[in-house]
Design a protein. Structure first.
Length: 241
């Protein structure tokens, strides 16, 4: 009985949230690979960078006593980035990101609870009864129209994305950036014809102290650079080779 009630409430959250997201300009879609049970996705093409789209993943979770909660994650995705990374040798990829990795299309992502303004809205509310469903949906809508929209606006051009890619991770050294965001940005520069910018990002990156020993290294970055130069003559020339 409790499981049926929980599932009924979860289905109501999904249905009402889907209607709300469609009204907000997002359409449901199924990613090629989904590892999270209870996740459902929405996409929007309202991003200014060609070969990218905005996506929101909604994830329903359950408490031990049967309450339901729907949290979210904002993604900037690019099938073009994924295709190019899948064509590279393994030593050019970040450690643990093989050709079959589901995250190769990720340009950048951020959990709703990591975005600014959480102190004003709180974490996603728990839903116990059907009457609580609108509260959960409204919380999600408010995050999408507020902090999530701002997050996408900060990434709606290559110029903005380049700035994001070179920003140090908060609370770390100036050399510590997100290597996956940087690599995706370099590829997007290339596929959009910004070869000088791509080369400049790579030059700066190879001069960094590589402080991500668990996923990146100078050798992996150099192999990534070589793989791009082999495939894209314009990039190779911009790199002075």
């Amino acid at each position: 009985m409790a499981a049926r009630k929980r599932d009924r409430v979860a289905n109501m959250v999904k249905e009402e949230l889907t209607d709300a997201m469609v009204r907000a300009g997002y359409m449901p879609f199924d990613p090629l690979v989904e590892r999270n049970e209870g996740a459902f996705w929405f996409k929007s093409d309202a991003v200014g960078i060609p070969h990218t789209f905005a996506a929101v993943q909604a994830l329903i979770g359950f408490s031990r006593d049967g309450a339901v909660r729907c949290t979210g994650t904002a993604f900037l995705l690019s099938p073009a980035v994924g295709d190019i990374l899948r064509s590279m040798p393994s030593d050019a990829l970040l450690k643990g990101r093989g050709p079959d990795s589901s995250s190769l299309e990720y340009v950048d992502y951020r959990f709703f609870n990591e975005l600014p303004g959480l102190e004003l809205v709180g974490k996603a509310p728990w839903v116990i009864t059907e009457a609580d469903v609108p509260i959960s949906v409204q919380w999600f809508e408010n995050r999408v129209s507020g902090a999530v929209a701002k997050w996408f606006d900060d990434r709606n051009s290559l110029e903005k994305l380049i700035w994001v890619a070179e920003e140090p991770i908060p609370g770390t050294s100036h050399d510590r950036i997100y290597p996956d965001v940087l690599r995706a940005t370099i590829i997007l520069c290339i596929v959009n014809g910004y070869f000088t910018e791509a080369a400049g990002l790579m030059t700066t990156h190879l001069e960094r102290d590589h402080v991500h020993p668990n996923i990146d290294s100078f050798e992996r970055a150099a192999a990534f650079d070589s793989a791009l130069a082999d495939r894209f003559p314009e990039y190779r020339r911009a790199r002075g080779r």
